[in-house]
Design a protein around this ligand. Sequence first.
Ligand SMILES: Nc1ncnc2c1ncn2[C@@H]1O[C@H](COP(=O)(O)OP(=O)(O)OP(=O)(O)O)[C@@H](O)[C@H]1O
Ligand SMILES: [Mg+2]
Length: 344
Amino acid sequence: MEKQEQPVIELQDAVVTFKRNQESITALDHVSLTIEQGEIYGIIGYSGAGKSTLIRVINHLQVPTSGKVIVNGQALEELDSHQFQKARKKIGMIFQHFNLMNSRTVLNNVEFPLLGEKLSKAERREKALGLLKLVELEELAGAFPDQLSGGQKQRVAIARALANNPDILVSDEATSALDPKTTLSILKLLQRLNQQLGLTIVLITHEIQVIQTICHRVAVMEAGEIIEQGKVAEVFMRPKKQLTREFIDTSINVQEALKRIRQSNSQDLYVLKFIGDTTNQAVVTEMAQKFQVAANILFANVDQFDNLTVGVMILNLSGEVSAGVDYLRQQGVDVEVIKKEVRS
Ligand SMILES: Nc1ncnc2c1ncn2[C@@H]1O[C@H](COP(=O)(O)OP(=O)(O)OP(=O)(O)O)[C@@H](O)[C@H]1O
Ligand SMILES: [Mg+2]
């Protein structure tokens, strides 16, 4: 019973340092995290933040300089080489550039990880065809990777990653080479696999939309550290760190909107953020009526984060503004005031 309650992945104070010439680089700087069974856990950060290193540590491809990595209750360093190989197989991996073998058919690519298993040729084939069906690609079994689109290639890579029935799938920028529509279809596939197979997914990306579309929790990485983590909607709604704000603002386009509004509007601006099922329009209308405040909506955007609605509005207010703002805050609305520009 106890086994079910322990996290599927646990990092305790993991450090990875590399030597490059005379320099020592800290790619992971005392990272601790836990990922639960069945979660889709997203890690976001700019280039060089240490995302791939983190995922390689989880995947046992990179031995940490210090700290502990526990996957499925087993500490990596306590495994003998046989157990280590076995544990590795329970973690599937997909990459930005798919890493398929071009000289083999789609079917053979998916069969490849099964070659070392005690399966007959027919069993292997059946298993691989089943996996291709799962990713909706069975009709392309005989094609070669070069004949496929990027999205189709990634589906093959996903089928191959699932060949050994992994508990965990790690994804290193798996959608970064794809257009937005294909990205969405791959994300929906990952979401279905998560729900259908109970697969735990650890996904790294530099695109906030990826996190927003399918992740349950998110960690923000900067310079080898996790600077912030939590449920997606909570982190997005109340980011504590500047970097997190930057990612979110690019998603909701708030900074862009503010800049645009500033060009023609020199009054105080009020940035309102709503979370959950508050119908933002109604609260603003109520406030305007109750307090004789005139509200002019300059920008509004509503977004969905892991089933939570997050709305943003930028307003000009006049009248009994401070009472109105107090009221909004009492209603659970996050209000930020951006003072008018003083022209010198
Ligand atoms: N094998 C290595 N030897 C030396 N330095 C390395 C090695 N691998 C990674 N690094 C360094 O560690 C840091 C983190 O790299 P990492 O690849 O984890 O970043 P990342 O967040 O995945 O970046 P990107 O988004 O560009 O893929 C970088 O400064 C990188 O140059
Ligand atoms: Mg990387």
